[in-house]
Design a protein around this ligand. Structure first.
Ligand SMILES: C[S@@+](CC[C@H](N)C(=O)[O-])C[C@H]1O[C@@H](n2cnc3c(N)ncnc32)[C@H](O)[C@@H]1O
Length: 270
């Protein structure tokens, strides 16, 4: 609960004093909750949850998302579902922020780890998370085969918030799983944890009127066109693009996707 509360407050740019004042509490109480030294009284919980527009379960960190990664069964099969070769996004990262020193990189939704392992092989200090245990197992296995080390951990991107700073945040094929109502807060949290001059390299799927939105059995929700770029409007864009492509992955019936890529630096744009 302490980490969630702190992340929610920071994402809204509030001080402990402001939260305390709004809820008629002492700033010391808010400080204690955030440090995990005490829990809020059961009577204050609904008001606290309403203030941050989240459920009490979310505040307490016991929210049931009902999401079990359907990727678990996919990744449990033989081989690497997405292959073991890195995405072309990785080469762009190398171009914009090469590992001339041990740069810290986080792969958000690493799947079976093809990109995370590639980055580790290039000399980045890599952390990676996913909520598929099977994917994480494959990530660690691939790292072992490549004789590199990385930190692969299980986290759900709906509730996990960054606490430490990274030089590079990287994500491909994942952000469309972030619930629309959480996107502003999560992008705020991510922006607040990129070092000065650091990079976000994000790819996400976007909605288009000419693309059939039905994605049966999937919990993903493509973003609005330009939405991702909007969250980083005050950063320097190395590159941003939107493109449509035909997907025929693993012999499935061909279908179209629209996608956006953003490489933005934490350098304040004027
Ligand atoms: C299309 S795959 C992309 C994997 C990897 N980034 C790649 O390019 O190979 C989407 C990944 O997002 C993960 N994912 C989906 N929802 C998630 C969530 N709520 N929290 C953490 N990971 C999630 C899935 O388990 C899956 O590994």
């Amino acid at each position: 609960m302490n980490e969630t509360l702190k992340a929610l407050r920071k994402a809204r740019g509030l001080t402990q004093e402001q939260v305390a004042e709004a809820l008629n509490l002492s700033p010391q109480a808010v400080g204690k909750w955030e440090r995990g030294e005490a829990l809020p009284d059961i009577q204050i919980l609904p008001a606290l949850a309403a203030y941050f527009c989240v459920s009490a379960d979310r505040l307490l960190g016991i929210e049931k998302t009902g999401e079990r990664s359907h990727y678990d069964s996919i990744y449990a099969g033989e081989g690497y579902y997405w292959g073991a070769q890195p995405s072309s996004m990785c080469l762009e990262v190398l171009k914009y922020l090469p590992p001339t020193r041990p740069l810290k990189l986080l792969d958000i939704g690493c799947g079976e780890g093809k990109d995370a392992v590639f980055f580790a092989r290039c000399g980045y200090v890599v952390s990676a998370f996913d909520f598929s245990e099977e994917g994480l197992k494959k990530t660690r296995q691939l790292a072992e085969q490549a004789r590199v080390s990385l930190r692969a951990f299980n986290a759900n991107l709906q509730s996990y918030r960054l606490e430490e700073e990274y030089d590079i945040l990287y994500s491909t094929g994942v952000l469309e799983y972030v619930k629309p109502e959480l996107r502003g807060e999560i992008m705020g949290n991510y922006k607040g944890h990129v070092s000065e001059g650091g990079l976000v390299a994000f790819q996400t799927f976007v909605k288009k009127p000419f693309i059939n939105p039905s994605r049966k059995g999937k919990q993903s929700d493509p973003w609005k066109s330009g939405e991702l770029f909007g969250y980083f409007h005050d950063w320097y864009f190395e590159h941003c693009s939107e493109y449509v492509f035909d997907d025929c992955h693993l012999g499935r019936a061909p279908h179209k996707h629209a996608s956006e890529r953003l490489f933005a630096r934490n350098i304040q744009a004027i």
